[in-house]
Design a protein around this ligand. Structure first.
Ligand code: NCD
Ligand code: ZN
Ligand code: ZN
Length: 343
């Protein structure tokens, strides 16, 4: 197969940041995707519907000229105002809300310290059909960093599913076979996004010939057996698994540093990177399901009507993206030639 025509895909997990970075990075997403779930971990975080409505306007200005719809999320804290949250959902401002366990990942210091403290908020979300998106890691110092996803599933995720029966949850950027198994065990209420980097690389890639800061993200890359489980899940066509790049741009100097930031900037190479995986797995016929069907179905939204054509025609991924005077950002697979291209 050398040409693939599919419904326009959506990205169910992206970080756009703000200001100059937003202006430079958002068009990469808008050029490929019809919609995207925009993560709220700005500084300060997007915690109210008024902040989200303002942020949405800044995103729309950054992607002017593209038929692209940003779907906004609320950053949950110990002090989330439930009426603003549910009101914002009913008003079409918030599509979902995001649970960052405090100190689990980039800009999560204001996150939730104990998920049971916000149980009434989660119950109200369940009642109004508003999905909860989780960064699924238990950030306890005594837990090995490679085991934090499984620890979260056992200690938080499964109890949440049990105790709040109607709550729909997305295990964001799933990285383990345990996460894949949890999705299968709790369908259709639990879904998961899968990133290109976790499909393409295992943890060896972080240390291949020297430390590779541009492949460092959270949850961190895992063992090969987990990568294989993710590849099988993504290409299976099962409804619980859908595309979410977790594109998380950080300026180069903040990654190539003594204490580098977590986040891989996947947006520029997103569709060709996923297509590489689906082609290697002999599953190009399942790509539309993963990229364009399963996400909207989980969120209760219609799939995009527009079709796009993806071609097997080699193209280089840009080596860097300049961010005005601030510096530059290195994309996933920057400088590599990929077999598929879009548009
Ligand atoms: C994300 C970021 O930089 O905002 N980083 C990451 O490593 N994935 C935060 C997140 O999605 O956890
Ligand atoms: Zn995360
Ligand atoms: Zn993320």
């Amino acid at each position: 197969m050398t040409v693939l025509t599919i419904r326009r895909p959506d990205d169910w997990h992206v970080h756009f940041r703000d200001g100059e970075i937003l202006k430079s990075v958002a068009p990469f997403t808008a050029a490929q995707f019809g919609r995207a779930i925009v993560m709220p971990n700005l500084v300060p975080p997007v915690t109210t519907s008024a902040m989200a409505a303002d942020y949405r306007k800044r995103i729309e200005a950054a992607v002017a000229g593209h038929a692209f719809q940003p779907l906004m999320t609320c950053y949950l804290t110990d002090a989330t105002d439930v009426s603003d949250l549910i009101g914002g959902h009913k008003a079409g401002i918030f599509t979902a809300a995001k649970l960052y366990p405090a100190h689990a990942t980039t800009n999560s210091a204001a996150g939730v310290t104990d998920v049971w403290r916000i149980k009434p908020v989660l119950e109200a979300m369940a009642e109004s059909g508003m999905p909860l998106l989780v960064h699924g890691e238990l950030p306890k110092p005594e837990i090995d960093v490679f085991d934090r996803e499984k620890a979260f599933i056992d200690a938080i995720l499964v109890p949440l599913l049990d105790r709040i029966p109607k709550l729909k949850i997305v295990l964001e950027h799933v990285t383990t076979k345990d996460g894949v198994a949890a999705v299968r065990a709790h369908r259709p209420r639990l879904g998961a996004t899968i990133t290109p980097q976790h499909l393409l690389f295992n943890r060896n890639a972080l240390f291949n010939g020297g430390i590779r800061p541009h492949l460092y993200c959270l949850p961190v890359l895992k063992r090969e057996e987990h990568r294989q489980a993710l590849r099988q899940a993504a290409t299976s066509g099962e409804p619980g698994f859908f595309l979410g790049t977790d594109s998380a741009p950080h300026l180069r100097h903040l990654k190539e540093a003594p204490c580098g930031c977590a986040g891989v900037f996947g947006a520029p190479s997103a569709l060709p990177a996923y297509l590489k995986v689906f082609e290697e797995e002999g599953a190009l016929d399942k790509f539309e399901t993963f990229a364009s069907i399963n996400g909207p179905r989980f969120y209760g939204l219609p799939p995009n009507e527009e079709r796009i054509t993806l071609r097997k025609s080699p193209k280089y991924v840009c080596e860097t993206v300049e961010i005005g005077k601030l510096g530059d950002i290195v994309p996933l697979l920057g400088g590599d030639q990929l077999a598929w291209s879009c548009g």
